[in-house]
Design a protein. Structure first.
Length: 277
């Protein structure tokens, strides 16, 4: 995989549309294998997108960026990390550790220079602000959705996972099997009459452990009750066998979704993969 950083004298260049050099990093297994500074020959933003696409770039790190450029990059399947300042090597290392503090609100308006990039998506000035924010936010939502689907598919693959809750100062663990994505969140299902539900309502901290085919997954976070009928219906539709015991309008069915979750995929052979949702 390759990551390109808008580059000037070792630092992230702050106006994507005027980028004259990119530092391109070759990444393997979350490590930088090599890097080189390449010239863009002073091209405008749509040519820059073509240039990056042609160089097989998966992600771009930059400072300010206009709506037109965001469009061109995302449409080319290139992930955009905007609003970054400082040393380019440090930015790439932070991204690989999932610690890059990027924002979805960055465009040329955030910089104290005159914006003369006429290729930005804007009305008179470089102000496609809401548009850029929405597009970058959507990009993040898609990433989160992909991650959560991967986690949910793993839980479905194992069939049975183990859910730990806190009961005073005593951990409790039991086999569970329900998993469903609804409204962009990962849900599990239980009955309000069960101890597990009572424990979660008293203390939402929970952890799941699942194992299949040499890989194990742990999800640590908080499980929050969602009393919406639609959330329960979605769960029961995903697990129709539950309808023998539960229905969306009984007083017992309870669905909980993960918040502040950290999911870690581990194996004996590979470095752990940590995702948050
Ligand atoms: C394979 C398997 C999957 C299960 N899946 C669920 C589930 O998704 N939700 C649930 O409430 N109970 C499920 N159970 C039943 C719970 O493990 C059982 O009711 C347990 O006693 C609940 O924990 P508690 O006693 O601490 O409330 C499952 C049991 C097995 C054996």
């Amino acid at each position: 995989m390759k990551i390109a950083v808008a580059y000037e004298n070792g630092r992230v260049f702050q106006h994507f549309g005027h980028t004259e050099e990119f530092k391109i990093y070759e990444i393997d297994n979350d490590e930088i294998i090599s890097s080189e500074v390449v010239s863009t020959n002073g091209q405008g933003h749509s040519a820059l997108a073509d240039f990056l696409f042609g160089n097989d770039i998966a992600a771009v790190i930059c400072g300010g960026i206009g709506g037109g450029a965001v469009n061109a990059l995302i449409d080319a399947g290139i992930k955009v990390y905007a609003g970054i300042t400082g040393d380019t090597d440090a930015a790439v290392i932070a991204l690989l550790k999932d610690e890059l503090d990027y924002d979805t609100e960055s465009n040329c308006d955030h910089h104290d220079h005159e914006c003369s990039d006429h290729s930005c998506d804007h009305n008179n000035s470089c102000s496609g602000f809401n548009y850029v924010r929405k597009r970058l936010k959507k990009q993040d939502d898609i990433k989160e959705e992909t991650i959560m689907n991967e986690v949910c598919e793993f839980l479905k693959k194992v069939g049975t996972y183990y859910l730990a809750t806190v009961d005073g100062d005593q951990p409790r663990v039991r086999p569970f099997g329900t998993a469903n994505i609804f409204d962009g969140k990962l849900y599990i299902q239980t009955g309000k009459s069960k101890d597990v539900a009572k424990q979660l309502l008293a203390n939402p901290k929970a952890e799941i452990c699942a194992y299949a085919e040499g890989k194990w997954l742990r999800i640590a976070g908080e499980l929050i009750l969602d009393d919406r009928i639609e959330a329960k219906k979605s769960m029961l539709d995903a697990h129709p066998s539950l309808r023998k015991m539960y229905s969306e309008d009984d007083d017992n069915t309870a669905v909980f979704y993960f918040q502040n979750a950290t999911a870690t995929f581990s194996s004996f052979t590979e470095a752990p993969k940590v995702v948050k949702f």
